[in-house]
Design a binder for this molecule. Structure first.
Ligand code: SAH
Ligand code: SF4
Ligand code: F3S
Length: 443
């Protein structure tokens, strides 16, 4: 049997696409290889959000091409956002690539690879024929957690962002389709759902005929599905976060007390140039509203430093908002110009050293907050969904709290169960603790 390896770059959307790529490869008769080295078919599911994933792919592809020279029966496929962005030159850039396809064409991968994955066609791109892959076979890592796509593409026009160009306009799945998938997942043992969309809060607005529902209703409907214990979603755009969603979050037991709310910048001027369509004040007011409605809610965020024209004063605005919110976690990015986006050709690109220096100052603050927020959990008992043994210590278990913090703990629970854990110490990224029942037994 020929074997495959899928190497995934980028966001959760891509990770979810990779589950479907794996499912399809198994459908055409391939088995999973233990590593890229012993794979007959290697698929790169790529990202192009910043320059870094592009260069990382180049080095991975170099290694794959070398293995292909040793054994020409090996097949290399490149899919995802980078492939779509480079659709006109992907084969000339990387002659070792046999099959290439965009994120809108995943459903056809099996046709291009052919039975046994021998590589029979070169692939396809384009976003017109995007098929929701819900009906496709899926290979999930853990039986108790699942991603569910609520929409694909994005209708926003953030001036720095390549996603609308490579994933197309927003297209929502119908509530019926989503709930059928959620029900089926729950019946199969899934306890935790993460609803995925570039802007989950605009879900449904594009459906024809128009539906009288919005994201809050979808949260309530998922909450009502028997067996679903936890619901998360990513990402909501601050501009579209309306009251019904806040109310649904507050009232649904399964919806976790955790929100990933991308800030991008704390300067009104830069937010405008980014076309985010909110001000720092509006963002802060939303945070306040969410905190009032959902006690103990954890906030994560994305921040870009060094957007074109960002002055020291603009950056100080970002630091001020960050100080005011006190994020539980933050992904911080140095602005990376992307071909074809408006920001890439803006004058006043910020020099690299300035970006790096601001980044260091920002990370210092976000890490301090993350550590303090985690330390404030010490002494509490948190509900943890057990994911398995810890990555580094086999005798220690690992799981996640409802607020989405990783916990390493001593205990005896099986993966997929929910257990109470007493939190005993914290770093900026993880908590440590002991499963409650054991603490009780020791006394
Ligand atoms: N749809 C999601 C974001 C997807 S991209 C949302 O709007 O929340 C994930 C993050 O990458 C963005 O939130 C942004 O912070 C960052 N990002 C996007 N384009 C970037 C660029 N050109 N340079 C640096 N960071 C970027
Ligand atoms: Fe990109 Fe903005 Fe759409 Fe997010 S909302 S995917 S940052 S264009
Ligand atoms: Fe995701 Fe990267 Fe594409 S962040 S949407 S995989 S460009």
């Amino acid at each position: 049997m020929r074997r495959y390896h899928v190497q995934t770059f980028g966001c959760q959307m891509n990770a979810h696409d990779s589950e479907r790529i794996k499912g399809m490869l198994e459908d055409i008769g391939l088995g999973e290889a233990t590593s890229a080295d012993d794979a007959d078919v290697i698929v790169f599911n790529t990202c192009t959000i910043r320059e870094k994933p592009d260069t990382k792919l180049a080095s991975y592809l170099g290694a794959a091409a070398a293995r292909k020279r040793e054994d020409p029966s090996r097949v290399i496929a490149v899919g995802g956002c980078y492939a779509e962005a480079q659709r006109d030159r992907i084969f000339s850039l990387y002659p070792a690539v046999d099959v290439a396809f965009g994120p809108g064409s995943i459903a056809h991968l099996g046709d291009w690879l052919g039975a046994g994955g021998v590589g029979v066609a070169r692939g396809a791109f384009g976003l017109d024929d995007r098929a929701f892959a819900a009906a496709l076979p899926t290979h999930r890592e853990r039986p108790f957690q699942a991603w569910v796509q609520v929409s694909m593409g994005c209708n926003s026009t953030c001036s720095y962002c390549i996603v609308p160009a490579v994933r197309g306009r927003e297209q929502s799945r119908t509530p019926g389709e989503i709930l059928a998938e959620v029900t089926q997942l729950a019946q199969g043992g899934v306890k935790e759902l993460t609803l995925l969309g570039q802007n989950v809060n605009s879900w449904g607005r594009d459906l024809v005929p128009a539906i009288q529902t919005e994201f809050g209703e979808l949260l309530r409907a998922c909450d009502a599905v028997e067996g679903i214990e936890r619901i998360r979603f990513t990402s909501p755009h601050p501009k579209d976060f309306r009251d019904p969603v806040i109310a649904a979050m507050a009232e649904c037991d399964a919806v976790c007390e955790q929100i990933h709310l991308p800030l991008q910048s704390g300067s009104a001027r830069i937010l405008k140039a980014m076309r985010r369509t909110y001000t720092p004040e509006r963002y802060l007011a939303l945070v306040e509203k969410l905190r009032a409605a959902i006690p103990d809610v954890a906030f994560g965020t994305d921040i870009i430093v060094g957007f074109p024209g960002e002055t020291e004063e603009d950056f100080a605005g970002t630091l001020a908002v960050v100080e005011q919110v006190g994020f539980d976690s933050a992904f911080t990015f140095v602005y990376s110009p992307r071909n074809g986006t408006d920001a890439a050709t803006m004058e006043e690109q910020v020099p690299h050293e300035v970006k790096i220096e601001r980044m260091e100052r920002l990370v210092e603050v976000t890490q301090r907050h993350a550590r303090e927020r985690n330390e404030s959990r010490v002494g509490r008992v948190e509900e943890v969904l057990v994911e398995g043994p810890s990555r580094t210590e086999e005798t220690v278990l690992r799981g996640r709290t409802r607020r989405n913090t990783t916990v390493n703990f001593t205990g005896t629970a099986d993966a997929g169960t929910l257990v109470p854990v007493l939190i005993e110490s914290a770093t900026s990224t993880t908590l440590r603790g002991t499963q409650e029942a054991l603490v009780g037994a020791a006394n």
